[in-house]
Design a protein around this ligand. Structure first.
Ligand SMILES: [Zn+2]
Length: 550
């Protein structure tokens, strides 16, 4: 889903027996005060202890995203520090050489803010009597090379009885095996008197936690996610996966509903317009990332997440065949109507957050590519092998700690399918049109040519946060907005138009508040323009549902 940051799971934690028991250990202690849910504020004290540090004067010592009352010490006592850089790039240097055990202690004053941008907020936040935070916006990260074990310790005494602390590492205090220190940046934490599904004592590896009140029961959705997670553990052949935690919290901005994925964890937000049902799709998408994400291009990372996001729930019997077909068609519709359909893969990254056509192309083209590839493998092997087999090899290779690159994938394609698959991939990356075979999604569905209407708002507006009235300019004569009564010079307050909104849902309409001559009134129209040639899939009559799912 395009509302997500690019901070996608990359390193899956090493699992099983820790052969690194004598590796040095970084200790992180988190001491939250009492949180004030009504004001959305609170304080958390943090201390980070790093053993055996040797850093010369003036060299980078640690990144420091946020905090006050900063005190840094080493074996010789207080260390004077100076900041360099600004904002997200701020880091600290020591004015003298640092030797021995380094301690970085500080306080984070949390104050909830309302986000108006297009991405999911990652700042520390208070919901109810609890708080949540993400390492990269909360923890000082020391500039030390090599691997460290990591010990997380909670002191919840000030939060009152019943408070618990949960992190990407699982429940309560945790010590995890050696890994690069960068792992701190992707650590998600939440503490307070937490709601939890399943209730504490559940035996599975999945748990969802939240401290606030979304206004509806999150439990059915989280039970659905738990069941799907268990199914994916089997599907991706990862029975010894560590804990997986969903951290749900409010997003008071206009972009509620999105989330951000990290190793073994996921921030899911609720807010305006979000329901338990609408959360399911994004939870499925993000869980696929948890298993399959590697340090590859978006065509692979997002492509396989979109390809599997409803296919796996469908195969698990957790969504209907109609829901699966609808998802296939939304992906195909947005792809074949994409103004940038022939763009080279290299164009996507620089414009990923600024150009919605290129942003959505990464998701849709990749997903259709996986479908086409799957059909190719099944044909070549008489149905014995599928794309799942190749993806499982990638998952296993990553878990074994090997570096995975695009070349790893090319080698697998060459070996498993042949040059035909390599050629398809190269063509896709260069902007060639991807066209899965008619039966690529199974015997229940067939491809049909269709005229599809491209996304077209109908006018231009200055880029402003959703909900802020802006002037309508450049109204396209005869457009749906024109026909619905929008006029140049109107002040219009649009809802947030995310890539997952009307761009993806081709049946969706837009309703906006228009102000003209001192009068404000709603206008509704379908944001669709010229029709282009494309493809959709339809159900083949006579094939029973039971014969559909592989
Ligand atoms: Zn994604």
């Amino acid at each position: 889903m395009t509302n997500l940051m690019a901070a996608i799971a990359l390193a899956v934690l090493a699992s099983g027996i820790d052969a690194s028991a004598n590796v040095p250990i970084i200790r992180v202690s988190i001491v939250p005060g009492r949180m004030d849910g009504s004001r959305g504020s609170g304080n958390v004290r943090v201390a980070i202890d790093v053993p055996g540090v040797h850093v010369d004067a003036g060299q980078p010592l640690f990144d420091f995203p946020t905090g006050d009352d900063l005190v840094v010490t080493d074996a010789r006592g207080a260390v004077d520090i100076a900041s360099r850089g600004a904002g997200e790039d701020r880091f600290y240097v020591a004015t003298r050489a640092v030797d021995g055990d380094l301690r970085i202690a500080y306080r984070v004053a949390i104050r909830n803010s309302v986000a108006t941008g297009g991405t999911t907020p990652i700042f520390p936040r208070v919901d109810g009597d609890g708080f949540s935070a993400l390492g990269m916006a909360f923890l000082a990260t020391p500039h030390v090379a090599g691997s460290y074990r990591l010990a997380l310790r909670w002191d919840l005494s000030a939060m009152g009885p019943g408070a618990t602390g949960v992190s990407s590492f699982g429940d309560g205090d945790a010590t995890v095996p050696a890994a690069p220190v960068d792992r701190l940046r992707k650590l998600v934490m939440m503490a307070g008197r937490l709601n939890r599904e399943p209730a504490a004592g559940g035996t599975g590896k999945f748990a969802a936690v939240w401290s606030g009140d979304p206004g509806y029961d999150l439990r059915p959705t989280m039970r659905w996610a738990q069941r799907l997670h268990g199914w994916m553990v089997d599907f991706f052949r990862t029975p010894d996966d560590p804990a997986y935690r969903v951290f749900a919290r409010e997003n008071g901005g206009l972009n509620a509903g999105g989330g951000v994925a990290f190793p073994n964890s996921f921030f899911q937000t609720w807010g305006r317009g979000v329901t338990g049902d609408s959360m399911r799709g994004i939870l499925a998408h993000e869980m696929v990332h948890t298993f399959t994400a590697n340090d590859l291009g978006r065509w692979y990372v997002e492509g396989d997440a979109v390809y599997y996001q409803v296919r796996l729930p469908w195969r698990a019997g957790m969504v209907s065949t109609d829901q699966y077909l609808r998802d296939i068609n939304m992906t195909a519709y947005r792809y074949y109507t994409n103004l940038k359909i022939a763009a080279h893969e290299d164009e996507i990254d620089p414009a990923f957050f600024s150009n919605p056509w290129l942003n959505t192309l990464a998701y849709d083209r990749g997903a259709l590519y996986f479908a086409q590839l799957d059909g190719m493998i099944r044909r070549k092997t008489g149905g014995k092998r599928s794309i799942d087999d190749l993806v499982r090899v990638m998952v296993r290779t990553g878990r074994d700690g090997e570096t995975i690159t695009d070349e790893t994938w090319f080698a697998l394609l060459r070996e498993g399918i042949g040059e035909e698959a390599v050629a398809l991939t190269k063509s896709m990356l260069a902007g060639g049109i991807v066209l899965p075979e008619s039966d690529a999604y199974g015997p229940c569905f067939r491809r049909v040519a269709a005229r599809l209407r491209r996304y077209e708002l109908g006018f231009t507006v200055a880029r402003k946060p959703a909900g802020t009235p802006v002037e309508v300019k450049g109204l396209i004569a005869g457009s749906e907005a024109d026909k619905a009564g929008v006029r140049n010079g109107d002040m219009i307050a649009l809802p947030l138009l995310t890539s997952d909104g009307p761009r993806r849902d081709f049946a969706a309409t837009v309703t906006a508040q228009v102000t003209r001559d001192g009068r404000t009134f709603p206008v509704t129209w379908a944001p669709r323009g010229a029709a282009v040639d494309g493809y959709q899939w339809e159900r083949v009559a006579g094939v029973p549902d039971s014969a559909c799912r592989p």
